[in-house]
Design a protein around this ligand. Structure first.
Ligand SMILES: Nc1nc2cc(Br)ccc2s1
Length: 240
């Protein structure tokens, strides 16, 4: 997979070259290009924004600069263009799984009041364009959202995680939140590891883990339970 990011703050994307993701890049599992939007400005001030038509607070990012940048970065290779925005569709684990199958992702990081809408409209004719949000809150720019989404996607690529089973057992992978996890010591500050996890009874352990996942999901994200397909819960789950 190749990932390109266009931003006025390239340094914001430096964490993508650290740790797990950095090792994935070094191993050639993913290619990363970070591009400074101002490289496509032609004025002495390198202006990337202007006042909004219709008035209102803040500035809007200019379509001409974004058009030249995305034409250059996209080139002729097909790619999914992703525009983080608080007005976007929710980015979920299912989105990450779908994008992990893509050959190319290009992220356009907006700032200010966002990017002139005509940029999204113009590129929608060339290929898939996703306006997505990582949550119901407003950031100062799209860069942090790109860090989140790139990590969620790249960790799903074959060979990135040491143990591929981890990704299969993620929270949300079966529609539920993951339950609690424990490691040594067996007793810590008067708190003990649940006996079942030390019993060696794998069926009982699996049941206990499923029950804790159902319990946590019901308490914290009942919307996820409501969204489960009818056959997702078996009789034992329903008894829980
Ligand atoms: N939740 C999000 N907030 C923002 C703000 C800007 Br400005 C650009 C993208 C995003 S995604």
């Amino acid at each position: 997979m190749r990932i390109d990011v266009v931003t006025i703050f390239p340094g914001y994307l430096a964490p993508l070259r650290e740790a797990l993701l950095g090792r994935a890049i070094e191993a050639g599992l993913v290619e990363l290009g970070v591009h400074d939007l101002r490289d496509w400005t032609h004025d002495v001030h390198q202006a990337v924004d202007d006042s909004p038509y219709g008035g209102g607070p803040g500035m809007v990012m200019r379509p001409q600069v974004w058009g030249e940048a995305l034409d250059a970065v996209l080139g002729e290779e097909p790619a999914r263009l992703v525009v983080p925005t608080p007005a976007g569709r929710p980015f979920t684990q299912a989105t990450a799984q779908a994008w992990a199958a893509e050959e190319r992702l290009v992220f356009a990081c907006g700032r200010y009041e966002g990017i002139d809408q005509r940029v999204v409209d113009a590129y929608a004719d060339r290929g898939p364009v996703d306006e997505v949000s990582i949550g119901d809150y407003v950031l100062v720019g799209g860069e942090v959202a790109v860090l989140v989404m790139v990590e969620a996607v790249v960790r799903l690529l074959p060979g990135v995680l040491g143990n591929p089973v981890s990704a299969q057992e993620d929270s949300f992978s079966d529609g539920l939140l993951e339950g609690p996890a424990y490691t040594r010591p067996v007793s810590w500050r008067g708190l003990d590891v649940p006996d079942v996890l030390r019993s060696g009874n794998h069926a009982a352990i699996a049941r206990w883990r499923r029950d804790r996942a159902l319990e946590r999901t019901a308490a914290r994200r009942p919307d996820l339970l409501d969204a489960l397909p009818p056959d997702a819960l078996d009789r034992a789950d329903r008894a829980f």
